[in-house]
Design a protein around this ligand. Structure first.
Ligand SMILES: [Zn+2]
Length: 248
């Protein structure tokens, strides 16, 4: 059966748009949405493209946004990082600030939690979060080599800045990290979720100590493999690091 066009101009318009539509539909279907959108924009084919990120995995791989990807830079001093335009302040919650996290962790296995569900469940480890080097592959600020996997999110902070527990939990490590973290504190939040705080100038907690969300646990520094004062913050799920920005 052949469909008979009622409005030839409409079909003309449709056919003119179809190559672009095919590309975006392919991009969305194959999960390369954001990259395809950026590639199209870069090629000058379109001025504005909005292709939805199709999965939390994609969001993680692309660094959540172009702005974050564009902010890739080595570990930096607080002075340089102060120019980074992306910042957030700590969100204070009345009642039980850990409630959302507890609910999330009790509802499902921590390994199956999506970025959409985890966003906002951890508190900010610094009063002001100024992102520096992001989680994931990057050029090493120490060796200059490409393809180094950066296990956490760096936040610019002058040495001596108060570092807060991202959620309530138990301190499971406080000491020297032999693999570059310098003075490091690890907090176990239960259900396979841990956070770590690195390059500290000093820590004010002991192993076994229970801490509450927002407690000052340490002061930031530049100990270990670090080129300037900042906080290297990690989130671990069942022992594997994940993008901390997916939890803040
Ligand atoms: Zn780092």
């Amino acid at each position: 059966m052949v469909e008979r066009p009622r409005d030839p101009h409409r079909d003309e318009r449709r056919s003119r748009r179809s190559p672009f539509r095919q590309v975006t539909e392919f991009a969305a279907a194959s999960g390369v949405g954001q990259k395809a959108g950026i590639a199209l924009a870069a090629a000058g084919l379109v001025l504005t493209v909005t292709v939805p990120v199709t999965s939390p995995v994609m969001a993680s791989n692309t660094g959540a946004s172009g702005a974050l990807s564009a902010a890739v830079q080595p570990d930096v001093t607080a002075a340089a990082a102060a120019k980074v335009d992306f910042s957030r302040t700590a969100i204070t919650t009345t009642g039980d600030p850990d409630g959302k996290l507890k609910q999330l962790l009790s509802a499902q296995s921590v390994g199956s939690i999506t970025r959409a569900a985890s966003a906002g469940t951890l508190g900010a480890p610094l009063d002001q979060l100024v992102t520096a080097s992001p989680f994931g592959y990057r050029v090493s600020p120490i060796t200059g080599g490409a393809g180094e996997f950066h296990r956490g999110q760096d936040f610019a902070a002058q040495c001596g800045t108060a570092v807060h527990a991202a959620a309530s939990g138990t301190v499971t490590f406080n000491g020297w990290h032999p693999f570059g973290g310098g003075n490091r504190v690890v907090i176990d939040h239960g259900n396979g979720l841990e956070t770590t705080y690195n390059h500290l100038s000093s820590a004010s907690v002991e192993v076994g100590q229970k801490v509450s969300r927002g407690d000052v646990i340490a002061l930031s520094g530049t100990t270990g493999a670090s080129t300037g004062c900042h906080l290297h913050f990690e989130v671990m799920v069942n022992g594997d690091v994940v993008d901390p920005l997916g939890w803040l």
